[in-house]
Design a binder for this molecule. Structure first.
Ligand SMILES: NC(=O)c1ccc[n+]([C@@H]2O[C@H](COP(=O)([O-])OP(=O)(O)OC[C@H]3O[C@@H](n4cnc5c(N)ncnc54)[C@H](OP(=O)(O)O)[C@@H]3O)[C@@H](O)[C@H]2O)c1
Length: 337
């Protein structure tokens, strides 16, 4: 097939440079398919905080992107050519499709998605990694109980907003932490959380003391740093902390560890981290549970959609600045891609 494709490559690791200097757009021919492969037109690309870890050469939870290669990203797309026994032209797939307009993939490296169930882009947000991360982190590790006090940081973000709503739907009292009055209003007025703390303008410790006078049963941490320390100081005896991420630390040469870690001993706290590789075998369960909530309105998933692959460098900066409102995605413009 004679298809010209657009791809965004990482020319080099950013090191101390601003990441925007490392992105390079190339126009290439779509490779010939081999047996067991499919070619797909990619319609949506996801921009995720995890990308910051993929563009360093430090040890992470997966190998770094190699300098010169197409930037790794989750995507969704429709198969346009197939030499696979398992996937046919017209099927939709998701996986690490990359920041590009089209690609050729081994069928075992991608998963089919049921687009008759929901719009394709939802498989990158509420019904994708974001939703699964919130679901397994909150419901399998955190296990919120009715009337417990649950605190979620980056609560207006893609993962945090889903995690907070799952805890609320389980009957817990949920306090969200987010930056700015508008995001806090979204948490209490739209997502119906019990309270919100604006970490940019309020004294977080004093507000937690007011809102959780009997301390915190469960803290779902997306940010690490000072906010994790403030939560640790206020955990209940036998409280639980789910370590989902530490976005406040991703740009630091040496991430700040929790100064209050002795509280883990003193209050017999259980603190557990995870990544989705622990749960890939249980994805159908998450899709089933989340799709019910997304359909009946008990789960709201906000998406922030940028237009065209050219928006990737701006989008990545926007993500680092916390300027996105909801799951950050790119709609690939196939007229100009
Ligand atoms: N463990 C896993 O498998 C897994 C999978 C996916 C994501 N994650 C993690 O989940 C977290 C949230 O990711 P996401 O996809 O929801 O991203 P997102 O939609 O971009 O939300 C992240 C939010 O974090 C807030 N933030 C940024 N810097 C901050 C800081 N210094 N202090 C406090 N808040 C800050 C920003 O909102 P404000 O305006 O409120 O500051 C930002 O919008 C990240 O840590 C990510 O690495 C983990």
């Amino acid at each position: 097939m004679d298809t010209k494709i657009t791809q965004i490559r990482m020319s080099d690791y950013p090191g101390n440079r601003a990441p925007r200097e490392i992105w390079q757009t190339t126009h290439d021919a779509l490779p010939e398919l081999r047996d067991g492969q499919v070619a797909a037109r990619i319609d949506f690309v996801s921009i995720d905080p995890g990308m910051t870890g993929w563009i360093t050469d430090k040890r992470g939870y997966m190998p770094p992107v190699r300098a010169g290669s197409v930037m790794r990203a989750f995507g969704v797309g429709e198969i346009i050519e197939s030499r696979s026994d398992n996937l046919a032209v017209g099927d939709w797939i998701t996986g690490f499709l990359g920041v590009r307009s089209h690609g050729v993939f081994n069928d075992k490296d991608v998963r089919p998605i049921a687009v008759e169930m929901a719009p394709p882009e939802l498989f990158l947000s509420g019904l994708g990694m974001t939703g699964y991360t919130a679901y397994f982190g909150m419901m399998d590790i955190g296990r919120p109980q009715p009337d417990e006090t649950v605190v979620v940081s980056a609560a207006a973000g893609a993962v945090g907003s889903m995690a907070a709503q799952l805890a609320k739907n389980a009957g817990a009292r949920v306090i969200g932490i987010a930056g700015g009055a508008e995001k806090c209003r979204y948490l209490t007025e739209t997502l119906k959380l019990d309270a919100a703390i604006d970490y940019k303008s309020e004294n977080i410790g004093a507000r937690l003391d007011d809102l959780a006078p009997n301390h915190i049963d469960l803290y779902y941490d997306n940010v690490g740093g000072d906010i994790l320390d403030l939560a640790l100081e206020r955990m209940k005896y036998r409280g639980r902390i789910v370590v989902c991420g530490a976005i406040s630390q991703y740009d630091k040469e040496t991430p700040q560890g929790p100064a209050n870690y002795l509280q883990i001993v003193m209050q017999s706290i259980k603190m557990q981290g995870f990544t989705m590789r622990d749960y890939m075998h249980r994805v159908p369960e998450a899709v089933q549970e989340l799709s019910v909530g997304l359909k009946d309105g008990s789960l709201i998933c906000r998406q922030h959609i940028l237009q065209g692959l050219d928006s990737f460098p701006d989008g990545f900066e926007m993500l680092l600045a916390g300027a996105n409102e909801g799951k950050l995605l790119i709609r690939v413009d196939h007229q100009s891609a």
